[in-house]
Design a protein around this ligand. Structure first.
Ligand code: CA
Length: 222
């Protein structure tokens, strides 16, 4: 389960991130609304935790814009303001829950778990030309033929696919697919990309996995 924390205060962001990681969630932090808009692609996160008081674009504006672009990921707002008006405004904008600052982490965690239980699993299917990825059932096919991928290969494929054709660096792959920071000199990433390519591209005429020399990889039509 992957959570995006949108919070500009470093201390609060670090506190949330540490607690959520200890509870076995994968966590990404965005420091402002623009970064959050870029990060929160449809299906990328299971949950967004959004502070209302953000520089430039506040949490309300951010969630409204996300909803307008079709991102339906559930949202928990963090707010210092506990007035009925603020709550109503947030709920109208499509927030799913509220936590009022200051809060005990255990309270937030309870809300997170309860919200995730109520929300059906992500059901997004990603399609790139004849490649179809069903992230809910962990299945990928090309021209209707099932690709027999290992869990790591599948995760890598999904991660590349969600970048929308943009280049993903080796470091980013290491952090997101293995959830740890690899020394970028290691060729672990390259090895798994090679295995993925053998299954996704080699049997087919059109190549989708592209190497961007010195940068990383991109999954896109050629
Ligand atoms: Ca803030």
């Amino acid at each position: 389960m992957k959570i995006l924390v949108v919070e500009d205060e470093k201390k609060t962001a670090a506190f949330l991130s540490k607690g959520l990681r200890e509870a076995k969630f994968r966590v990404q932090i965005a420091r402002d609304g623009e970064a959050a808009l870029t990060a929160a692609r449809p299906g990328e996160f299971d949950l967004l935790i959004v502070d209302i008081m953000l520089p430039e674009k506040d949490g309300w504006t951010l969630v409204r814009e996300l909803r307008e672009t079709g991102v339906g990921t559930p949202v928990i707002f963090l707010t210092a303001r506990d007035s009925v008006r603020d709550r109503v405004k947030g709920l109208e904008l499509g927030a799913d829950d509220y936590v009022v600052k200051p809060f005990a982490f255990s309270e937030l965690l309870a809300r997170v778990r309860s919200l995730l239980r109520r929300t059906p699993a992500k059901s997004d299917e990603i399609r790139i030309q004849d490649l179809e990825i069903d992230t809910r059932h962990h299945r990928a096919t090309r021209q209707g033929v099932a690709l027999n991928l290992t869990p790591k290969e599948f995760l890598l494929l999904t991660h590349l696919a969600r970048a929308g054709g943009e280049v993903v660096s080796r470091k980013e792959i290491a952090e997101n697919v293995w959830d740890i920071g690899f020394n970028t000199d290691t060729n672990v990433v390259d090895v798994v990309v090679r295995r993925l390519r053998a299954k996704v591209d080699d049997p087919f005429k059109k190549k989708l996995v592209h190497t961007i020399r010195g940068v990383g990889y991109a999954l896109k039509p050629s």
